[in-house]
Design a protein around this ligand. Sequence first.
Ligand code: DOR
Length: 423
Amino acid sequence: MILIKDGRVVDPASGVDEGLDVVLEDGRVKALGKFPKTEDYQRVIDAKGKIVAPGLVDIHVHFRDPGLTYKEDIATGAAAAAAGGYTTVVCMANTKPVVDSVEVLSELLGRMKQLPIHVLSAAAVTKGLQGKELTDMRALRAAGAAGFTDDGIPIMDSALLFEAMKLAKELDAPISLHEEDPALIAAAGINQGPVSKQLNFGGAPALAEESLVARDCMLALRSGARVDIQHISSGVSVDVVRAMKGLGAGVFAEVTPQHFSLTEQAALERGALAKVNPPLRGEADRYALIRGLKDGTIDFIATDHAPHSPEEKARELAQAPSGMIGLETALALGVTNLVRKGHLTMLQLLEKMTVNPARFYGLDAGTLRAGAPADLVIFDEREKWTVEEDKFRSKSRNSPFTGMELYGKVYCTICGGNVAYEA
Ligand code: DOR
């Protein structure tokens, strides 16, 4: 048995935000309350002055395994996740080979079971992410696919996507979508606007995202599927999701810490480190994303943790790949830019990082209720720290936040009752 003593327990699923001790036994939460230290406990963790919350759940990460493991692998990805307070993550399918067959998925899931946190995998919607032919979604789901996505690449064939959504509904599986119409993009990764002009870079306009968000909300409404609009970046997209939720569509939206923390200006200061698909946009969009988080239009905070090597990111802007790592800075960015700025309460922030994503994927995770899995994070919301490149557990270093001072430091991450990370 482990006793976590004197922490502030914040558990959005049960609405609890109060000073409580937590007892863990046999990989589960045994009880919450006030308990004296006794010799029955093999370990007592002093959580005084710290928050004790359910382990974070990230439904959008790239661990590059198999095939691109010079950027990340499932072990380093899991270590980065645990250091960031995560106990459950869902990997995207854009690996090499793509996770589009039972064979690739089963091999991967076998290795994922050995890790100190829960690492799940989505499978591709279309074979080879080519957007032409559906994978065997039924067999992939039966083999353990957490959900379906062609993330990184939009699915342009509306009829094929509608078919996939109907199947996903039948299989009770979520389907997650990267929303950017390539026909409207001059050059991906930087917002088409004042900064792209200054950089003489074609850019990706908000319309490329908004047009597909609108289409896919309609497809969700008519298919009844449970759809995740991934890494939403434009204020108009948020308005579309809000309206379509009102019509009863099963649409959910995720936002990344980079999109609610930074604007396109970051490309001027950080170059390719700020290149990401969809791109960082203007201040009005950033604010609209925060409004969407506040009013519940945006359900999840997900990192889109996208590791790339230093050599790749050192290429000139047009050639550098899009994406940034995020697992080890996400919680602190939420604390610093949402909670400390008064936009969200701690309960609201954690709701979007625990129970909401867990429910969307139907996972037994995201709460500290008695009987729940002993997956939790202990962090100090007041502690200030500087993001340092050589401290990342990730194999990659491509963070635009390096050098920044953030609040909110993870002390300990426990998964299944075992310590997965300790500062
Ligand atoms: O910038 C991005 N990079 N956006 C995505 O959706 C995919 C990701 C990647 O895989 O590198």
